[in-house]
Design a protein around this ligand. Structure first.
Ligand code: G3H
Length: 540
């Protein structure tokens, strides 16, 4: 809040908001259960943007609308609808030929595309993501759906033949698991919800999905598309407080797959409520503290560019963000100088402004929490080395580069999930390696250097600590055809366009001794199309 960073003028007046980016007011009363868009007359959650507006000499968060705060009763109704549609695997959806399920998903994607402008605008206003990145999130999600369809066709082609082994003839396919509860995170509320929901659906499961705590209104333009594209009860939405609507679902013991992207603490609390843990398959994307290791022979310009992007895209609110940088002591001074210059070049502003990188943070009290982490580090001997770093106005914070960070400071291990960049100098490569060995999380790491011998030596120990090692580039999830997972407390199950089809299904086979009348029976079932599972149909 000083003149130096211009933060005091960062928020607009209502009249300054460009017309094409004006937020709609969405006072949502609708929710989708059992193929019906129902109206809720009870309490609603007020939704405010992280964007504040100047009004009467003060700042107020811009109101965006409200959504239903459903009760446990509606959660039970959603569960009953999903259970009826699945009908123990005998429902229309789980037994439908794959080709028809694909047609439903494609029909949904076409309808979704029509609502791009509305969803992208809400995404920007609800979570403060830049307009460009909100558009990318939407388009990437549509691409993910198209790639999922292609991956399923490929899987189906590979499964459309019979195998004969040791005198047994069989057809092996992937079958659905049952009722899936999908919960996405606020930082990718559309994309990461759909990267579990769509594969779950297309494999024949029925689903209940609960939007994240921020980024709930953006699903409202899609409710009718869900209702019209899928059979009744296949997709159900659950709005409200997690503590109210989710425990009854888990405690019922009828959820077969828990697909959750968020914190390990919440995942563990919810899982424990399920009375039949062996029935519950978990698909989890949890915390991470991905480090970058900058070696003394690294191309520093490249390392700085990748580390700045990796640490501060969407203000550091990515599970894959670089959350701690280890820099070899010989190059730490030039690295810091270049890194601070790169951070100074990041424009802070409103998410619709061209070229903006630093935007309002959606979590209430986030800038104060970041300030606490800075204070803790400073009290233990670090300092903020970039001018203006850590200055804040309401929901906006100038990124703080904190140096030198040591193991005694919270920033060493806490996942900041915000605009703080802790930098640790090291003399011996064993120091960052040990950091990874001892960490409770293990998603990805980045290594910057040029010497193939030194890099080669690091690869073998590091790939057994994380699930993706990035050489001379930041950590990231994409391309979406690559496996995305983590070790320890970071993840359970692997997601990619093809892997997700596997995690939401189970290999199931029909087998018979290839003798007596069995061959004739199987041949007739296939030829006369008596089964949707046992078929040699080939989807092109
Ligand atoms: O928040 C975690 C996201 O899955 C990261 O995806 O690396 O493409 O930003 P990204």
């Amino acid at each position: 809040m000083t003149g130096k960073t211009g933060l005091e003028d960062i928020f607009p007046e209502e009249n300054d908001i460009p017309r094409e980016f004006m937020p709609p007011t969405v006072d949502q009363t609708e929710y989708l259960v059992d193929g019906e868009i129902r109206t809720w007359n009870g309490l609603r959650q007020e939704v405010f943007s992280p964007v504040f507006v100047r009004r009467d000499g003060g700042l107020v968060p811009r109101r965006l609308g409200s959504y239903p705060l459903l009760s446990a009763g509606e959660a039970e109704a959603a569960l009953a609808a999903a259970a009826k549609a699945y009908d123990h695997g005998r429902g229309e959806w789980p037994t439908m030929p794959v080709e028809r399920r694909i047609a439903c998903v494609e029909a949904f994607a076409a309808r979704m595309k029509e609502r791009r402008a509305d969803v992208v605008n809400l995404l920007m206003w609800e979570i403060g993501k830049t307009h460009g990145d909100a558009g990318k999130e939407f388009d990437r999600t549509l691409e993910y759906i198209a790639a999922t369809v292609e991956a399923l066709k490929e899987l189906d082609r590979a499964s459309s033949r019979f195998v004969i082994e040791q005198g047994i003839v069989a057809q092996v396919r992937r079958a659905p698991l049952g009722i899936v509860l999908c919960m996405g995170p606020f930082n990718y509320p559309l994309n990461e919800t759909f990267t579990t929901l769509i594969p779950a659906l297309i494999m024949g499961n029925t689903a209940i999905f609960k939007p994240a705590k921020f980024g709930a209104l953006l699903f409202q333009p899609l409710l009718a598309a869900f209702r019209d594209s899928f059979p009744r009860g296949v997709v159900n939405t659950l709005y409200g407080e997690g503590q109210v609507v989710v425990p009854p679902l888990m405690a019922s013991g009828r959820i077969d797959v828990f697909a959750f992207i968020g914190s390990a603490k919440v995942a563990n609390t919810l899982e424990k409520l399920h009375p039949k843990p062996n029935r519950l398959r978990r698909v989890l994307g949890l915390g991470a503290k991905n480090p970058a290791i900058v070696l003394d022979d690294a191309d520093l310009d490249l390392a700085v560019k990748e580390c700045a992007l990796g640490a501060l895209s969407y203000n550091g609110q990515r599970c894959t963000a670089l959350k701690i940088l280890f820099v070899q002591r010989q190059v730490v001074e030039p690295f810091l100088e270049k890194f601070c210059a790169a951070v100074a070049g990041l424009k802070a502003g409103m998410p619709w402004e061209a070229g903006v990188a630093i935007t309002p943070l959606p979590e209430r009290g986030k800038t104060a929490a970041m300030g606490e982490l800075i204070r803790d580090a400073v009290a233990l001997g670090a300092r903020v080395v970039n001018p203006g770093g850590g200055e804040a106005n309401q929901s906006v914070m100038i990124p703080a580069v904190v140096y030198p960070v040591t193991g005694r400071m919270k920033l060493f291990t806490v996942e900041q999930f915000g605009p703080l960049v802790p930098i640790v100098p090291f003399d011996d490569i064993e120091e960052p390696v040990r950091y990874l060995l001892e960490a409770d999380v293990g998603q990805q790491a980045s290594v910057f250097g040029r010497d193939p011998v030194a890099l080669g030596r690091l690869i073998d120990p590091l790939v057994n600590q994380v699930c993706r090692l990035n050489i001379n580039s930041q950590c990231q999830r994409g391309p979406d055809s690559f496996p995305f997972t983590g070790r320890k407390d970071s993840a359970e199950g692997t997601l990619s366009t093809s892997d997700a089809l596997r995690v939401f299904s189970i290999r199931t086979l029909v087998a018979a001794k290839a003798e007596g009348g069995n061959k004739e029976i199987l041949t007739r079932i296939v030829r006369e199309r008596r089964s949707n599972f046992l078929t040699t149909d080939y989807i092109l």
